[in-house]
Write a protein that binds this ligand. Structure first.
Ligand code: ATP
Length: 234
């Protein structure tokens, strides 16, 4: 099947400074699992923001789901954006809404009828292990619980690709493993997964994952950028 994402010679410059990302070229295959690694400041968040259309590049070509995302008229971007789920390090739940209403939010925004919401929202909360916490507000949930609500919210619209930026950065190692299991399970159902992390321990947890490494705004090893993890991490 054709690649789900294609970046070709993409550059990103904030303001008038030097380029934050330079000559970024890669493709992502549908149904694959990718880790994006690299030291702090390498440009991981910037690259993900290009990927989920929060940012436009300064130069280069980006194709998403076979469409040119750079020249696409602005009003068509939300349609493309809905095909991508996003998870952040700091969860970004709506504080005054319950876990249930946070997960229901994307469906409500998409105009799904209330009577059609309940089953998918409850199923999704149960899938992330929070079936009993539907009415809890984010502030009363642990970090790991909040992140599971955020994952449920990101995937309830059945996105083709899930992008996660340091999703385990604010949880303990045991919860990090649990979150990774959720990503792994989603990937096995066919969702393309991209997880940015500088936690090297995570890389070996999904042995079929491909690793993309950024260093100072460039893909560190263009020829082997999407290789399998080395044996000692598996
Ligand atoms: N909105 C912005 N305006 C100006 N500079 C920015 C902006 N966002 C990021 N940068 C700069 O771009 C560079 C890359 O940042 P980015 O957050 O993409 O890296 P990162 O690899 O995700 O780092 P970390 O792991 O610390 O989050 C940094 O030098 C950062 O200061």
């Amino acid at each position: 099947m054709a690649n789900i994402v294609q970046f070709e010679n993409v550059g990103l410059r904030y303001g008038t400074g030097a380029e934050t990302l330079s000559d970024i070229s890669f493709t992502l295959a549908p149904g694959a699992f990718y880790f994006l690694t690299g030291p702090s400041g390498a440009g991981k968040t910037s690259l993900l923001r290009l990927l989920y259309l929060a940012q436009r590049p300064s130069r280069g070509l980006i194709r998403l789901f076979g469409e040119d995302a750079v020249t696409m008229p602005r009003e068509r971007l939300p349609g493309l954006r809905r095909r991508i789920g996003v998870v952040f390090q700091d969860f970004r739940l709506v504080p005054h809404l319950s876990a249930y209403d946070n997960v229901a939010l994307p469906l409500r925004v998409a105009g799904v009828e209330e009577r059609d919401l309940d089953t998918p929202v409850r199923e999704m909360l149960a899938w992330v292990g929070l079936g009993e916490r539907a009415s809890a507000r984010p502030a009363t949930l642990s970090g790991g619980e909040q992140q599971r609500v955020a994952i449920a919210r990101a995937v309830i619209g059945r996105p083709e690709m899930l992008v996660a930026d340091e999703p385990t950065g604010n949880v303990d190692p045991e919860m990090a493993n649990r979150l990774l299991h959720l990503f792994d399970a989603l990937n096995k159902l066919g969702t393309t997964i991209v997880v940015a992390t500088h936690d090297m321990h995570l890389l070996g947890r999904v042995t079929r994952a491909r690793i993309m490494r950024l260093d100072r705004g460039r893909i560190a090893d263009p020829t082997g950028a999407l290789r399998n993890p080395p044996e000692d991490l598996a």
